[in-house]
Every structure is written in structure tokens, then in C-alpha cells.
Write a protein that binds this ligand. Structure first.
Ligand code: ASP
Length: 260
């Protein structure tokens, strides 16, 4: 069996913290070299734009335009534009899944009965899977660590389970003065307390590359926040945090089972 290949990104648009004046970089700019390198000789890309609440055609066109601007020769098709979604999955050479609302994305994947079809291509055939934000959330065992609101309810929270741990995309330790709601860390620790499963915390401008049983963290050039992993301790009362600080562009390769 070929090794599974995943590229799981925290986010698509990056606001470079050192350049406050600059509003934001173009879509997927910070990680485009990683995407090109990861896709390699792939031509046919199937895009799953179920997460955005805006037009799926426009989301597909947006990705096609990024590729055109970059001079790439990938052929991108939106899955919603295909006669048979399952045939499209069976025939594609790579899958890209966009961000947006994670519940909406999982709802559509379940409604169209696509979970097993995608798993089969990625895990058995080894085709590359790229997800960002919501597209990263659904690559994990379930969507318990999304930041989104359940604006629509998928039958169950079980997701694609291509990657063995939950991920929190857009992770931040930022807290607003005077804000009395739960912080991001408190919410994630609540999830940990009930489920006792490791959670990978991906700040903006970071991602995970998986090749078989190995993983590597990567980040954009202007990002300093470490990737963290929330993990159990022997008494399991409070999770432990493992910090991955590394220079742009990548960390060392590590074994994917290390957090178990
Ligand atoms: N709404 C996010 C996105 O896809 C997902 C998340 O924050 O959990 O952009």
C-alpha cells in the first residue's frame, strides 16, 4: 500500500504579524510552495468547497485563479460540478478541501456519502490530501476541536480519520482584556478532559505534512509562534503541552505515534 500523504494547514489567508500595515497576503500565498512541492506531478485535482457559506462555484474559481496566476498546470474541478461525486473521487489524482464552516463541510460529506470513498483513495491509493482550516478539521477522527458553531448538524461528529489526532486550526493564546467567556485554551482543555486524546494546536501560518507514519511541522516565513501538542500525563488531570519551535520552513520529521 502506498503511504498516506497529507498536507494539513491551519489557515489560507495570513496576516503577517510583523507587517501590521499590510492587510493580508493573497489567498494560500504563505503555503503555496508547500502545496506545489507536495502535489508534485499531479494534474487532476478535485476541490471540495462544501465549507464556505458563499458560492461553491466562486470558491472553485478562486482556487483555479490562484493556480493560473502561479503558472501551474493543475486541472481543478469542484466536486459539486461533477455528475457523480463518487466517480470524481475515484478518478482524481489529489483532493483539496477548503475552509469555512466545519459542521457544514462534514454535513455535506456525510449527506453525499463520501467519507469512505475519500478514505479509500487517500489511505489505500496514497493520493495527496490537502486541507485548510475546516478541511484540516475533517481530516482528523472527529470535529470536536473546531472553532466553528454548529450551524447545521451532521448526523455524527466522526470525520475522515486520515490523521490520528484532533487539531485546532487558527490556534491562539490571545485573550482579550475584560472578556469573560472561555479562552481557546480552556475550551480545548475541556475537550481533553472528557476525551483524553492528544490535540495538535496549529497557530496561523503553520501546518503538518504527513508521509506514511512520519510527520513534519512547517510554517510560513513571518511566523514565530510554536506548534504545540496537548497530551496526557500519567495522572491525566491536566494535559501537558509539548512545544515545537523550529526555524522556517520545517521541523524535523517525527514518528506519527509519538503523542499516543
Ligand atoms: N472556520 C475555520 C475555517 O475553516 C475552521 C475552524 O476555525 O475550526 O476557516
Amino acid at each position: 500500500m502506498p503511504p498516506r500523504r497529507l498536507l494539513l494547514l491551519s489557515n489560507s489567508v495570513l496576516h503577517c504579524p510583523q507587517e501590521a500595515k499590510k492587510s493580508s497576503e493573497p489567498w494560500l500565498e504563505w503555503c503555496w510552495p508547500n502545496i506545489e512541492d507536495f502535489l508534485g506531478p499531479v494534474i487532476k485535482v478535485l476541490f471540495i468547497p462544501f465549507a464556505p457559506l458563499t458560492s461553491w462555484d466562486e470558491a472553485t474559481e478562486r482556487l483555479q485563479n490562484v493556480m493560473k496566476t502561479r503558472g501551474n498546470s493543475y486541472q481543478v474541478t469542484g466536486i459539486h460540478q461533477c455528475k457523480s461525486m463518487k466517480d470524481a473521487i475515484a478518478e482524481t489524482e489529489a483532493i483539496m478541501v477548503s475552509g469555512g464552516n466545519t459542521f457544514r463541510l462534514l454535513y455535506e460529506l456525510q449527506k453525499n456519502d463520501l467519507i469512505d470513498a475519500i478514505r479509500q483513495r487517500v489511505l489505500n491509493d496514497g493520493i495527496p490530501y490537502i486541507g485548510w482550516s475546516a478541511g484540516t478539521n475533517v481530516a482528523t477522527p472527529n470535529i470536536k476541536t473546531t472553532n466553528d458553531m454548529p450551524i447545521i448538524w451532521p448526523g455524527k461528529d466522526a470525520a475522515l480519520n486520515l490523521f490520528p489526532y484532533n487539531i485546532n486550526p487558527h490556534f491562539t493564546r490571545f485573550t482579550m482584556k475584560g472578556f469573560a467567556g472561555e479562552t481557546r485554551v480552556q475550551r480545548l482543555e475541556e475537550c481533553f478532559r472528557l476525551n483524553k486524546q492528544p490535540i495538535v494546536l496549529l497557530p496561523e501560518g503553520t501546518g503538518i505534512k504527513v508521509d506514511g507514519d512520519k510527520l513534519q511541522f512547517f510554517r510560513g516565513p513571518c511566523i514565530n509562534d510554536p506548534v504545540e501538542v496537548m497530551k496526557g500525563t500519567p495522572n491525566e488531570e491536566k494535559p501537558q503541552y509539548i512545544e515545537y519551535k523550529f526555524d522556517h520552513p520545517t521541523s524535523e520529521w517525527i514518528n506519527i505515534d509519538i503523542f499516543k
